[in-house]
Design a protein. Structure first.
Length: 292
């Protein structure tokens, strides 16, 4: 069948008109279905942008916080190092100046006492010079102990035990005594304050023996018991005054040291069996800083 020359144009126009009409009819539906997706996509992009901004802010804040903490830590380390240098300088000055002067005073008193005896001078003056010499010597030794307590180089249990042994040799030289160290962790680190309180506790216990007990035998024992450092000082004297009442200065000083170290103190004392003092301190408390 032949199509008239203008027939294809009429059919194409009718087809386009129908297509355009269908498009107009569908346009509201397309808009209705497209807008929600556009809205969701927009909200999603906004949310991602917001989250990205939040993460970036959190990262910047975290980095600033870390830098602040690092700066504070460095400053504290610097301050601690400075304090340690001052402490070492003071200790050296005490040892060199005051210790030297006390040593000279002791020598002068000893020389004067010998001259007085040689010249047959008054016994009272000789006795006073002897007392002066003794006091100067004890002050010099105490000064050395103070310097040792603040030294960082002597900060192990082994160093403490060796110093305790030397102190016992000096303070108990007129008595029979034994010093035993049994299976101790001698390399355990001690904080300066723990070393100080342990050493002064020991010196106080020996001082009480010399002043109150009238003992002629002393036994010192140091050992490890489970997770604790244990120290025992035992004598055969006539007991420690006020050991059962806990109100005398001799006992209260020991209790204060034990309390500061978070330790357990046991004192058994009577006139017939003498005195036994025991101190137990956990190893975990030896390298922490107790209150001064």
């Amino acid at each position: 069948m032949k199509i008239p020359p203008n027939g294809w144009r009429r059919r194409l126009g009718a087809h386009l008109s129908m297509t355009a009409g269908m498009a107009w009819l569908c346009l509201p539906v397309l808009e209705a279905t497209t807008k929600p997706h556009q809205s969701i996509a927009g909200h999603t992009l906004e949310s991602l942008a917001s989250r990205g901004s939040g993460w970036a802010s959190a990262a910047i804040l975290g980095a600033a916080l870390l830098l602040s903490i690092s700066s504070i830590h460095k400053r504290r380390r610097s301050e601690q190092k400075h304090v340690e240098q001052i402490r070492q300088r003071i200790a050296a000055d005490l040892h060199d100046d005051i210790g030297s002067n006390l040593g000279s005073l002791s020598l002068i008193a000893r020389s004067a006492r010998k001259d007085l005896i040689r010249l047959e001078g008054p016994q009272e003056i000789a006795h006073d010079l002897s007392e002066m010499e003794s006091i100067a010597r004890e002050c010099s030794l105490a000064m050395r102990d103070i310097v040792w307590m603040w030294e960082r180089s002597n900060d192990s249990v082994g160093d403490l035990i060796e110093r305790m042994r030397q102190t016992a040799n000096r303070m108990l030289r007129e008595m029979r005594f034994s010093f035993e160290c049994q299976a101790c962790e001698i390399n355990t680190h001690l904080s300066i304050e723990a070393k100080r309180h342990l050493f002064l506790f020991f010196k106080e216990a020996l001082h009480n023996i010399m002043k109150h007990s009238r003992a002629d035998q002393v036994r010192v024992r140091v050992w490890d018991e489970n997770d604790q450092l244990a120290i025992e000082i035992r004598d055969n004297g006539n007991g420690l005054p006020g050991a059962n009442s806990n109100h005398t200065p001799a006992v209260s000083k020991l209790q204060d040291r034990a309390h500061t170290l978070h330790g357990l103190l046991r004192i058994a004392s009577n006139h017939d069996d003498g005195t036994r003092i025991q101190l137990f301190v956990k190893h975990s408390h030896l390298n922490t800083q107790p209150a001064i």
